[in-house]
Design a protein. Sequence first.
Length: 320
Amino acid sequence: MNTPPIALLDAAYCLRPVDSDAGWRRCCAALRTLPQPPGRVFLASILNGMTARQAVLREAGAPTVVPPDNAVTMLQRLFGPAVPVTQVHSACTSGAVALGLAALTVRAQGGVAVAAAHEERSLFNTSGFAALQTLSRGRPRPFTRSRDGFRLAAGVGLAVLGRSADAAVTLAGFAMTNDAHHPTGPPREGEGLRRCIEACLADARMEPGDVACLKFNAVGTPYSDAAEYKALRAVWGEQLPRLPGYALKPALGHLQGASGLVETVVAARYLQRGLVPPVAHADLDDLEFGLGLAAEPRRMDYANVLLLFWTLFRMTGSKG
């Protein structure tokens, strides 16, 4: 008897909530009833509610007890206080790593695991990215000659993973690498990303030719986009410009630690509809690299979609 694949059983996200608590409430309300309590919850973030907790500390003066983490409280209220919550902090890949760890937990232990992610905008991260000169002065335009960075965003996301033989979207493979190259800059030739892509394909037992669509990371900074293109070119070669692809950050903004998870949920929904979404604010005449981007949505009957940097999702039995 074949073991059912790891599937996306349920998911929800909320963009630009009034605050993180409001975002969690909306996500929790959108989830259907879980088939069983999760064995573990992986919670991803960079700031981890820093802004709200700083405000509480300021108003209270100097309390001896640090305010509780509202995200953990909200998740334990939803899934039960006995469910362990593991926090994941790996910068902007945090949400993707949480998703991968949830999948690996299901693979090793069975049952159900949950990946959750939240991020907020604050003076702390805005000033930090401004100092790095990575914030766009207008609309983000990844992979173009005139690209100048990204725009920050806030949001919350939840994804429930478990084994299912009849789910529409399954997680076929996962990989993560750590270049230890530089605190903020990628290796200029993209070798770390290339290794990650190859490891992800190997985990999914696929070849590059099995992938029908790419969801780019598309940060929009000069060095990051160039390195991403070089990594993709090293794997797909001459086929790369003919491979449909898209980017979500121009439309959603950069959700930082939540981006990997929220973008995966959005990509899965497009996958279920058999659509390759357009790239917002696309200026295809200004593209610097040969990539299969488009300004209009496209139909796709069947897809294995590589979600850079992290996961390979498969659409099963879909007819467009």
